[in-house]
Write a protein that binds this ligand. Structure first.
Ligand code: PEP
Ligand code: MN
Length: 355
């Protein structure tokens, strides 16, 4: 249930409504828009009838939320959420690119990719230190040893860092090193993990689960929001279907659906979404076209030798070409540009083969 206050409602009227809600042992979340304040009532709302709150002075209307998520919904917060990551504004209209290797393999390769990403207009560096691999025998990542590498590369390039977190007990340590927590597709419904990152203020990029509906995904976001952390970015990364030509089926149609239902920024990951490097650029262009707030892509100096996800990782030249195309397309879509296509130079002439 949400309570929309009148634009002219006084502070006392506002407080009286909150007091009444709390009498029922219900919790409140406040959304302060340009003109009105909205009170989100959370808990077992059957304890209080909407008419009771409607009768209070200063209340414009009381709405029962039909969605199983509240704080993530546009009813609760009509304006887009913007998230400031070290000066990079996510959800503010610019198309933000996060790029980097699937896994942090070492400092040298991460530094190389980070400088390339920066030069080509990417704003955030990605790199996994914990790799939730399907097989326990595959490379599992450098673990906490990778944190120092991430930190040093951040110092060198100034790019904010996103890395996947897999365990609630790592929240305190990892938050000292990175700028965004990534919750992977396999952990989308790891509720203790969602609650643990929800108790921080650090931005959280929440990937859509392999088999999750949009509604389940938004409820997972609600777990983070309801703990008090408003900084959630959703990321579509493909779902499992009967289609075998691609690793996953990238559901670009969910982007405008989610943007209609929710105020949270939405990213797209065309690398995991397709599994093939030559499908990444077309899907990245698609992400821009459907109104995503940004993308996350995998780049590797030498994909043939990558410890993980080589087949879907872009070589530097292909990445630079993609960034150029995106920059030009963003101009055509009349969206504010985070980088201009002229600034991007294509490194080397090495071609990428196979897919
Ligand atoms: C990743 O981004 O490195 C990753 C493992 O992605 P996902 O959780 O979407 O599979
Ligand atoms: Mn990967």
């Amino acid at each position: 249930m949400i309570v929309v206050m009148k634009a002219k409602a006084s502070e006392t009227e506002f407080k009286k409504v909150i007091e009444r809600i709390k009498q029922e042992n219900l919790d409140v979340h406040i959304s302060k828009g340009k003109e009105v304040r909205i009170i989100g009532v959370v808990g077992d709302v059957r304890r209080i009838e909407p008419e009771v709150l409607q009768a209070f002075d200063g209340v414009e209307r009381v709405i029962r939320i039909l969605h199983p998520f509240k704080l993530a919904s546009r009813d609760f917060k009509p304006e887009n959420t913007t998230i400031n990551v070290d000066g990079v504004i996510i959800g503010g209209g610019k198309f933000i690119v996060s790029a980097g290797p699937c896994a942090v393999e070492g400092e040298e390769m991460l530094t190389e990719v980070a400088f390339l990403a920066k030069k080509c207009g990417a704003s955030i560096l990605r790199g996994g230190i914990f790799k939730p691999r399907t097989s326990p025998y595959s490379f599992q990542g450098l673990g906490l040893d990778g944190l120092e590498i991430l930190q040093r590369v951040k110092e060198k390039t100034g790019l904010p860092i996103i890395t996947e977190i897999m365990s609630p007990e790592h929240v305190g340590l990892i938050s000292q090193y990175v700028d965004i927590f990534q919750i992977g597709a396999r952990n989308m419904q790891n509720f203790p993990l969602l609650q643990a990152v929800g108790r921080t203020e650090k931005p959280v990029l929440l990937k859509r689960g392999l088999m999750a509906s949009g509604e389940e995904w938004l409820q997972a976001a609600e777990y983070v929001l309801s703990e008090g952390n408003p900084n959630v970015i959703l990321c579509e990364r493909g779902i499992r279907t009967f289609e075998g030509y691609t690793r996953n089926t990238l559901d670009l149609s969910i982007v405008p659906v989610i943007k209609k239902l929710s105020h949270l920024p939405v990213f797209v990951d065309p690398s995991h979404g397709t599994g093939h490097w030559d499908l990444v650029t077309p899907m990245a262009m698609g992400a821009l076209a459907v109104g995503a707030d940004g993308i996350m892509v995998e780049v590797h100096p030498n994909p043939e030798k990558a410890f993980s996800d080589g087949p879907q990782s872009l070589k530097p030249k292909v990445f630079a070409e993609m960034m150029q195309q995106l920059a030009k397309a963003a101009e055509a879509f009349n969206r504010p540009l985070p980088f201009s296509s002229e600034r991007i130079t294509i490194p080397g002439n090495e071609t990428q083969k196979g897919s």
